[in-house]
Ligand binder design. Structure first.
Ligand code: GLV
Ligand code: GLV
Length: 326
């Protein structure tokens, strides 16, 4: 019997892949810089038993309906908005993500981005490196305090909770909005549940961690930014399309809000000539929320193990479509 065929859409270390290579024929798109072209992905999916995908790969209906052997998609991310989970489930395909293992790493980045935006760290660094530092002055690159301010977390999942724990250490007041109440956040961290509008009105730092769904697309629109304080800072480590980016640019330009720290964008990668990047009060990162070497390695191992499980007719550890195989 021939071995199952696994396609991986990026280069992954052979060390991580070794156990998978024992049971499967493994092929990868090996470019470090370029994502797998759509036509290559379609061709590979057509013969694959398993796919290990990145959040930048669109695993849509067109791909899924031409993947007759596909049994499992392991996505190297906690988010899975790049996958048509409904169609995958209808076709009996297991969809797996990487929750939990990236929680603390992503919370570190979120908190760091909030601090960097508030205290203008990247602007200050550019100032020094470009040789503009001529003298010390009291308000030189003065930003806003983070400690003892109010943070408003939109999307209180595990990452939100880990951000709240950090905020508590900074003496911050913690507000949150979520589909459902989070007892741990309320009882252990003193987070206060409030409506979306209330959160926007009250928070000094509005931190978006919500996944992208039909309900959250363009959640942050012109009206949302108008509700925020002129001194407030918006931080997005969720998904770019949760934000109406034109409205964000408008709100920043008109000083309806004071700044934005963004790890995610409507269209990724964002072009260097994008108007958002022309604004000094914007700190922009290339979607690196979970990007520590330790965590990315653990995420790859989890994807590998999920694929091995399904190929061995076992239940994968972190299944998105929990109804799979029942
Ligand atoms: C990153 O954005 C992820 O969903 O893991
Ligand atoms: C998952 O870990 C989340 O915070 O959404």
């Amino acid at each position: 019997m021939s071995k199952p065929y696994v396609f991986i859409t990026r280069k992954i270390s052979e060390e991580v892949l070794a156990p998978l290579m024992e049971i499967a024929e493994v092929h990868s798109w090996n470019s470090e810089s370029e994502a797998v072209p759509r036509e290559v992905l379609l061709k590979e999916a057509n013969k694959a038993d398993a796919l290990l995908t990145m959040l930048s790969d669109s695993v849509d209906q067109a791909l899924l309906t031409q993947a007759p052997n596909l049994k499992v998609i392991a996505n190297l991310a906690v988010g899975f908005d790049n996958i048509d989970v409904k169609v995958a489930t209808e076709q009996g395909i297991a969809v797996c993500n990487t929750p939990d293992v990236l929680t603390e790493t992503t919370a570190d980045l979120t908190f760091g981005l909030m601090l960097a935006t508030a205290r203008r760290l990247t602007e200050a660094e550019t100032y020094v490196k470009e040789g503009n530092w001529q003298s010390w002055s009291p308000y030189l690159l003065a930003g806003s305090d983070v400690h003892h301010k109010t943070i408003g977390i939109v999307g209180m999942g595990k990452i939100g909770q880990a951000v709240a724990r950090r905020a508590k250490g900074f003496g911050m007041e913690i507000l949150y909005h979520n589909r459902s109440r989070n007892d741990v956040a309320e009882n252990e961290l003193g987070a206060m549940y409030c409506s979306f509008d209330e959160l926007l009105t009250e928070a000094d730092y509005v931190v978006c961690l919500t996944p992208l769904t039909e309900e959250t697309k363009h959640l942050f629109d012109a009206d949302a930014f108008k509700r925020m304080k002129p001194s407030s800072i918006f931080v997005n480590v969720g998904r770019g399309q949760v934000v109406d980016e034109t409205a964000l640019i408008d709100a920043l330009s008109k000083k309806e809000i004071a700044g934005a720290g963004l790890d995610v964008f409507y269209q990724e990668p964002i072009g260097a000539d994008h108007p958002l990047l022309k604004l000094p009060q914007v700190v922009a990162l290339p979607h690196i929320g979970s990007a520590s070497v330790e965590t990315r390695t653990i995420m790859m191992e989890l994807c590998r193990d999920n694929i091995i499980a399904v190929l061995n007719d076992k239940r994968p550890k972190t299944l998105v479509n929990r109804e799979w195989g029942r």
